[in-house]
Design a protein around this ligand. Structure first.
Ligand code: SF4
Length: 225
């Protein structure tokens, strides 16, 4: 997909320059609990000015949910509601995500960990620029390394481009598990995209059912048949 090409090219250039990731200030202690490790990363994130998005934020939106989650959902970036509340996926797209998790999969939203590629809201909710994605990536990578879920659900083109470095868009990639550093990753549509294209909810539900099947999550009675 054309929109991803500049993003992937930027990532490749950065890698060739040896700037594939930005090292955070302090190494994590191996004796810390997951909560403590995540809190340390979040503390470093609070005052981050590694890209220009800090200028428009009310606060960072780091992540929310169970640090021992079997599933981590990765989205794009906070929107207006998330920026105000400091919690990911609380606007209209977030409400749809909650319905997908609780109404569809039959598990509490609180049992899942939810975060975004970028931790600060882009102006006017625009798509994050490649340099913003790569600047923020170390936070996401560390979140995933600490939580080590069994499945990552990557929602939308930005999450897929950041995690998989794939030139292919979500339409091509969705519905098939791929490996992300030893973790099964399911690419699927972003809920905001589903709000604009409700007919695609069927495909999204198929993707979630594959995640449920892999994890042995039983289909809720109301969704059978
Ligand atoms: S988006 Fe990420 S890298 Fe950019 S300022 Fe915010 S926390 Fe830092």
């Amino acid at each position: 997909m054309d929109v991803l090409e500049p993003v992937i090219r930027f990532f490749r250039q950065q890698r060739e320059l040896g700037q594939d990731s930005i090292h955070l200030e302090q190494p994590l202690s191996k004796v810390c609990s997951k909560e403590e490790q995540l809190r340390k990363i979040q503390d470093q994130c609070q005052n981050c000015r590694l890209c220009q998005l800090w200028k428009g934020r009310t606060q960072i939106v780091f992540g929310d949910g169970d640090v021992n989650a079997r599933i981590v959902v990765v989205g794009e970036a906070p929107g207006r509601d998330e920026d105000i509340q400091g919690i990911p996926f609380v606007g209209r797209a977030g409400q749809l995500l909650t319905r997908m998790i609780e109404g569809g999969m039959g598990i509490p939203r609180s049992s899942v960990y939810i975060c975004n590629v970028c931790k600060c809201r882009p102006p006017e909710n625009r798509t994050p620029e490649p340099e913003e994605m790569i600047a923020c990536e170390p936070f996401l990578k560390q979140q995933l390394a600490i939580i080590r879920p069994e499945v990552i659900i990557a929602m939308g083109n930005v999450a897929v481009a950041s995690l998989l470095r794939s030139k292919q868009g979500i339409t091509r990639l969705r519905g098939k598990f791929v490996d992300y550093e030893g973790i099964s990753l399911m690419p699927t549509y972003h809920p905001a995209y589903l709000l604009r294209n409700p007919a695609l909810k069927v495909e999204s539900w198929q993707d979630l059912q594959k995640v449920m099947s892999l994890l042995g999550i039983p289909m809720p009675e109301r969704n059978k048949g």
